[in-house]
Design a protein around this ligand. Structure first.
Ligand code: 5GP
Ligand code: ZN
Length: 116
């Protein structure tokens, strides 16, 4: 499942370069182009779903694989013990700008004030 106009589908296809940190048969993780923390990695399913809700409804096993990928990235980035944030902006009003579901893995910086 691919959307020809989608930047992240193009990254999956290799048409746009990215710095990959993890790849499995169905999941890809790569560094954010504009990192907001020392570790800022995006974890996506290779199949195109617009957001976390659509992914979870359509393919819960794949949703679980993406979350497992995020955990593996936290471990390989060395932030599993110190703490990390997992964020999926869902919908334009929430700040989603790319409508291929992605989970931000953020670490090395405290975002506590966000939720204070
Ligand atoms: P959103 O605002 O949709 O939750 O997050 C989209 C993220 O994708 C942003 O943090 C942005 O920096 C990142 N991004 C946008 N275009 C590219 C790109 O071409 N390559 C990479 N690696 N990240 C991108
Ligand atoms: Zn896509």
């Amino acid at each position: 499942m691919t959307d020809t106009d989608c930047i992240f589908c193009k990254i999956v296809a290799g048409d746009i370069p990215s710095t990959k940190v993890l790849e499995t048969e169905r999941v890809l993780a790569f560094r954010d182009l504009h990192p907001k923390a020392p570790t800022h990695v995006l974890v996506i399913p290779k199949d195109h779903y617009a957001n976390a809700a659509e992914l979870t409804a359509a393919d819960p096993q794949l949703a679980a694989a993406v979350l497992a990928g995020a955990t593996a990235v936290a471990e390989s980035e060395g932030i599993a013990e110190t703490g990390w944030n997992l964020l999926a902006n869902t919908g334009a009003e929430a700040g989603q700008t790319i409508f291929h579901v992605h989970f931000h893995v953020l670490g090395g910086k405290s975002f506590e004030p966000l939720l204070a």
